[in-house]
Design a protein. Structure first.
Length: 123
């Protein structure tokens, strides 16, 4: 999935919703990732907070960037991973996103799309 986030440019109204099912942590069993984790741990660091979280934050920001390419772009970034709100590191992910309202209310999202549809029909 991460490869989809790189280099995609769908401007304007063609893209108004990005759904991210889980935070984009890399697979820790990947040999390259394992080597980096082991190196950080051997140096006395915390691989999760020093390496994995920052890389996942960058990945989420890139995914969100698929939607917000221009200042005129509007839409919804739906992150379905509850860790965004249940884990302490979730705030780091939220702070990395473009300034925008954060909600967990599906009715607000429906209202947004209804208003966008009405706006696009009249404007």
């Amino acid at each position: 999935v991460s490869s989809f986030w790189e280099g995609v440019d769908i401007p304007g109204e063609s893209l108004s919703l990005v759904i991210i099912d889980k935070l984009p942590f890399e697979v820790p069993s990947d040999p390259v990732i394992m080597a980096r984790i082991n190196r950080i741990r051997a140096a006395g660091g915390n691989p999760f907070f020093d390496f994995q979280v920052p890389r996942a934050v960058l990945g989420l920001r890139q995914g969100a960037g698929r939607l917000m390419r221009r200042t005129s772009d509007r839409g919804v970034i739906a992150v379905l991973d509850v860790r965004l709100f249940t884990k302490g590191y979730g705030r780091r992910f939220l702070k990395s996103l473009p300034p925008s309202p954060v909600c967990r209310d599906l009715d607000r999202v429906k209202t947004f799309f209804a208003e966008e549809h009405d706006h696009n029909q009249t404007g």
